[in-house]
Design a protein around this ligand. Structure first.
Ligand code: ZN
Length: 91
């Protein structure tokens, strides 16, 4: 079954460690605060969008849907090319 294309997102979820800048914070001397980001590439630019924890599952699903649909389309294209070569499809 094809996932619903209405909610696809072409991006990847990444974790970034960010230093908040407060001199007294534990992150000043150690690891930064871990936050989740969506990394996407559009119009020649990589963009980072912060992802609240409550959106993590939903966003993961949107990314998976995009990958599933892309894989499905690639497979369909292969099949259609094969049919075209055999002239078994009207296209
Ligand atoms: Zn901090």
């Amino acid at each position: 079954m094809m996932p619903d294309p209405a909610h696809v997102i072409r991006a990847s979820l990444i974790t970034r460690s960010i230093k908040c800048g407060k001199p007294n914070c534990r992150c000043a001397n150690g690891e930064g605060h871990k936050s989740l980001y969506l990394s996407s590439y559009y119009n020649g630019k990589t963009q980072l969008d912060s992802v609240p924890k409550s959106f993590q599952d939903k966003v993961s699903q949107c990314i998976k849907d995009y990958e599933d649909i892309t894989a499905l389309l690639a497979e369909l294209s292969c099949i259609n090319l094969e049919l075209f070569r055999r002239r078994e499809s009207d296209l």
